[in-house]
Ligand binder design. Structure first.
Ligand code: HEC
Length: 154
């Protein structure tokens, strides 16, 4: 039964995600609590990951590349980038409030401007996309929550 310990939490995150994305999902009520919890968990994980991928494809891939590969000298790669997989607060701050000025990365330098995304994307979208870039393309860093996004001040 250990593996069901976090299911109520996962289920409520799924419901929150469904509400904040504006979709009116019908209830997952079922006669069997275990079956309904399993269904909620099964739909929760892919839904959050897909959302981050969608936010990325819609807003970030034009500069950073569909595979996070970037463009040498113009747009830094996000794949295998130690900043992206490093301190989550730094990544959240960059994505929320933008970045400009010279940076050096993997033998290339960049001196561009990235716009702030805080006013463009919801906290849920920001959490999803930061979690996505930290875990896609071979990156393997922890996800961030909507509450953590909300807690990062300019
Ligand atoms: C208009 C092009 C553009 C778009 C769109 C864009 N970025 Fe950026 N991004 C940049 C540039 C340019 C930099 C480097 C800024 C500099 O040189 O100081 C950067 C830097 C970053 C960094 C820091 C990389 C490092 O090594 O310090 C992260 C993380 C990042 N972007 C994530 C994102 C995410 C997530 C999105 C989508 C929500 C996004 N970017 C959309 C242009 C863009």
């Amino acid at each position: 039964m250990m593996k069901y310990r976090y299911l109520p939490l996962i289920a409520s995150i799924a419901l929150l995600a469904a509400c904040s994305s504006g979709s009116h999902s019908s209830s997952t009520a079922s006669s069997s609590p275990a079956a309904s919890a399993t269904a909620a968990a099964a739909s929760a994980a892919p839904a959050i990951a897909a959302d981050g991928a969608k936010v990325f494809n819609d807003n970030c891939s034009s500069c950073h590349g569909a595979q996070g590969q970037g463009m040498p000298g113009a747009f830094p790669p996000l794949a295998k980038n130690p900043v992206v997989t490093g301190d989550p607060k730094v990544v959240m701050h960059i994505v929320e409030y933008g970045l400009k000025g010279k940076i050096s990365l993997l033998g290339q330098s960049y001196n561009g401007v990235m716009p702030a995304w805080k006013s463009q994307l919801s906290n849920a979208q920001l959490a999803a996309v930061v979690s996505y870039v930290r875990s896609a393309w071979g990156n393997n860093a922890s996800p961030v929550s909507e509450a953590e996004i909300a807690g990062v001040k300019k």
